[in-house]
Structure formats: C-alpha cells, structure tokens
Write a protein that binds this ligand. Structure first.
Ligand code: NAD
Length: 442
C-alpha cells in the first residue's frame, strides 16, 4: 500500500494505532511507573491521553491538512491559480528522550505518519519498560518497512545518525542536539531540534503570590522536575520573597504531604547518574525546604534553595530535577543580569498583575514560549507552536503545524492558456517605462 499518496491508508493505520494504544493504556501506565514511578494521573494527563488526543485530532483533520492549499495568485502571473502541495519528505528519523518517553516519541511519529513518511523511531534507553511497550505497539500496528522502532543507547543512535535521512526530528539535550545537527549537515538533512534551557520564572510585587506558588509548585514538581519547560529558577521581587517562600512551602506540603517520599503523586529521578548529578547541586547550607535524598530509590525531595550567587553550581546549567533556586531582584537591571547570562531559554514565566510589565518582558527577552500567571500549560494548546529558539531549539510543532513539519511544501503555479500577456518577453525595447509603471501597482 502506498502510504505516500494514499490518504485513506494513512488514516486507517492511525486509527489502528489509536485502538492499539487504547487497548494497551494500562500497560503503558505501568511501564511509566516501572521506569521512574511516574504517577498514573501524570501518565494519563501528560502521556497517554495527550497522544490519544493528538491521534484523534490528526485523524479528524488529516484530509484537510493533506489537501493542496489554494493561495491567492500573484498578478504578475495573471491568469493563474496557485497551490501549495504537501509532500512527505520520505525517510524520517525520530530520536526521543526519557522524561515524557511515550508522548515525546509518539506525537512526532503520529504526525510523520500522517504526512506520509516512513519512520524509524529510537526511543530512550533510560526508560526501557516504556521503550519496550512502544516497540510492541508499533510492531502490532505497522509493517516494518513503514514504521519501525530501533531500541538502544548512544551507539545505536550514532549509527542511525550516520545514515542518510530525509528528515530528523530530535528531542533531547543541547549537547546531543549539536551532534544531531552536525550529522544532519553531512547530508543537508532538515531537522527539528527540541532542546532545553534554563527557564526563568519571574514573580513581581503585584502577583497573586498564593496562586503563583500553587501553579509554580505544580509546574516545577510534576514529573519530579524532569520537564524541559519546568521553571528552572525563580526571580522574585525582593520585598515579596519571604512571604512567597512561605506560600511555596505550604503548596509543596499540600501537594505531596510532609513526607513526599511516601506520596503516590511524586515521581523518582530516572537513574542513579542523574540522581548523583542533582544531589551534587544541592548546597545544604542554602536549602530552606526539602533537601532529603535516598539513592536506593532515586528519590530527591521537592527542594527550595535560597540562592544569591548566579555563579553557583545549580545556576550553571539546566537543572532538570526537583530543585528550585530562588533569587531576588529589585530592578529591571537585576532581571537582565540573570536572564541574559544564559542562552535563550525554552520557556519563560511571569507572575504579575501588571500587564505592561508582562508585555515588556515578552518584548525584551527571546525564549521559546511561556505563560503569564501560569507555568507549563502553553504546551497543551495545539494551536500554539511549541519549540525553542537559539540553543533551546530549532523549529516548532503541535497540531496542524506538526503535519507541516513533516511535509515539504511544494509551490505550484498553474498557468492558464487563454491569455498570454506579451510584456515579460524579450525584446524589452520600449517596455521599460511601462513595466516600471505596472510594477508600482502590483
Ligand atoms: P539526551 O540528549 O541525553 O538523549 C536524547 C536521545 O538522544 C536519547 O534517545 C539518547 O539515546 C540519544 N543520545 C544520547 N547521547 C547521544 C549521542 N552522543 N549521540 C547520539 N544520540 C545520543 O536527552 P535526555 O537526557 O533523554 O533528555 C533530557 C534533555 O532533553 C533535557 O535537556 C531537556 O530539556 C530536553 N528535552 C527537551 C524537550 C523539548 O520538547 N524541547 C522535551 C523533553 C526533553
């Protein structure tokens, strides 16, 4: 069957994928728990249901997304009708990370298939249970030469990258993103790079502090802080700091009790290596809440850190864990000193009642996307492009845009034959003045 041209076939396979995922949803949730104790609620909200919703939306809209789009013609070409045809790139490689291992592997895969491509997916080796169930679901749904899962670690990934692809979609860290970009350059392969960064979260003096604390605690500690768009650090207006920290402590306890280690709603760090990386960042003299760790269970408590040194270890790179440094600021210059120290982040959050201040921040700083008075939720609107800028990524996806990511846009002018204006043809003698006049009006 030709998935390249046959839209019905693409739809049928996606329906099959949807049904297979629905049938195996409990197994997926269990795999996510087995990998790093992802709570079932978070597994459904951010992984299985997210993919199911993406699939339903794609199946519903596929025919209209795939249709050649008629655009307004240029008068220079009169008489013509102009179209954009969506053509599959061909062979697509998707490399996925471990933190949302089901969603971040399946969502690009759904769109790549919808757009008519052949796909090879390499899920993360750090979440082996989820990778195994993904491989099973894909093998049950697709022919191997249509969509295939290749499991393995860095060597397998490097080997795949040494081959020639028509498109590479990578989600992961900035250093590996650079490796992917280099490999892609070898064959001039187009890429989407969904990377990370150090995401600021600003809380000004007009913010609703209690609600801000609730929303920040949710966005930071969901998935135990292992979210690319989680707030990385807080910049709170100096006079609000003490009160705000009080609210943060209250909200952490309300969400995870005073014994988060026993909470069924709190995930673990993915492996010992990451646990070690994170525990090394904890300066216990600066811990104002949490700080407890347990290596045997890869546990790190939701932790608040009173930070004043932007050169400290925790302020060096993306944290990607449940450690939240809190810095104070008293002027726009203070904000600039901290935010501009880092590469353009994937997200930025502003908690304020001052619309002008929020607008100013959005205008002054370049970042992938973000929220005013919330965290993380911009990810959930399919009508908003999701992606980074600068070191936080190249390209964006979600919703209909994902279909476009995996499609080459082929521009076609269909010229009518009933009229052939002589103006453009040589000899140009005596036509210059006329063409200048005409071009002014077109
Ligand atoms: P990672 O870059 O270590 O790994 C991602 C994938 O690349 C994995 O499949 C891995 O096997 C492969 N890989 C690792 N090293 C490689 C190498 N040297 N050569 C080729 N392939 C290699 O990232 P991770 O630890 O899985 O995920 C965490 C990072 O991903 C964080 O920086 C986070 O911000 C980012 N992230 C970004 C998004 C986004 O949508 N922008 C989403 C999730 C995670």
């Amino acid at each position: 069957m030709n998935y390249k041209t046959n839209i019905d076939f693409r739809k049928e396979t996606l329906i099959k994928l949807l049904n297979t995922i629905i049938v195996h949803e409990d197994e997926i949730i269990k795999a996510l728990y087995d990998d790093f104790k992802k709570p079932a609620f978070e597994a459904v909200l951010t992984e299985t249901n997210y993919v199911i919703s993406e699939l339903k939306d794609t199946i519903k809209n596929l025919s209209s997304w795939a249709k050649p789009k008629k655009v307004f013609p240029s008068l220079l070409n009169f008489p013509s009708t102009d179209y954009i045809y969506k053509e599959p790139y061909g062979k697509v490689l998707i490399i996925a990370p471990w933190n949302y291992p089901f969603q971040l592997a399946l969502c690009p895969l759904v769109s790549a298939v919808a757009a008519g491509n052949q796909v090879v997916l390499k899920p993360s080796e750090l979440t082996p249970n989820t990778s195994t169930i993904i491989a099973k679901i894909i093998a049950m749904t697709f022919q191997v030469n249509h969509v295939e899962v290749v499991q393995g670690g860095v060597d397998v990934s490097k080997n795949l990258l040494s081959q020639r692809w028509d498109y590479i979609f990578f989600t992961g860290s900035v250093p590996v993103g650079k490796i992917v970009a280099k490999a892609a350059a070898e064959h001039l392969t187009p890429v989407t790079l969904e990377l990370g960064g150090k995401n600021p979260c600003i809380v000004d003096e007009t913010a609703n502090l209690k609600l801000a604390a609730k929303r920040i605690v949710w966005g930071k500690f969901i998935n135990a802080g292992q979210t690319c768009i989680a707030p990385d650090y807080i910049l709170v207006q100096k006079d609000m700091k003490t009160k705000f920290i009080g609210y943060l402590k209250e909200e952490i306890t309300a969400a995870y009790s005073d014994k988060p280690e026993q909470s069924p709603d709190y995930a673990r760090i993915v492996n010992t290596k990451n646990w070690q990386r994170l525990t090394e960042m904890i300066d216990h003299e600066k811990v104002i809440f949490g700080g407890q760790t347990n290596e045997s269970d890869c546990y790190i408590a939701p932790t608040l850190i009173d930070e004043s040194d932007i050169d400290s270890l925790i302020m060096k790179d993306e944290i990607f864990g449940p450690l939240l440094p809190i810095l104070e600021y008293s002027s726009d210059a203070d904000l600039q000193t901290v935010i501009s120290k880092y590469e353009k982040p994937l997200s930025l959050y502003i908690f304020t009642d001052n619309t002008a201040f929020a607008k100013q921040i959005i205008q002054d700083y370049s970042f992938g996307g973000g929220c005013i008075n919330d965290t993380v939720v911009h990810f959930s609107n399919k009508r908003l492009p999701f992606g980074g800028v600068g070191h936080s990524g190249i390209g964006a996806y979600h919703g209909s845009l994902s279909f476009d990511v995996f499609s080459h846009k082929k521009s076609i002018v269909k010229k009518a034959n009933w009229l052939d204006l002589p103006m453009r043809y040589a000899p140009y003698k005596d036509k210059l003045a006329t063409i200048k006049k005409l071009l002014k009006w077109i």
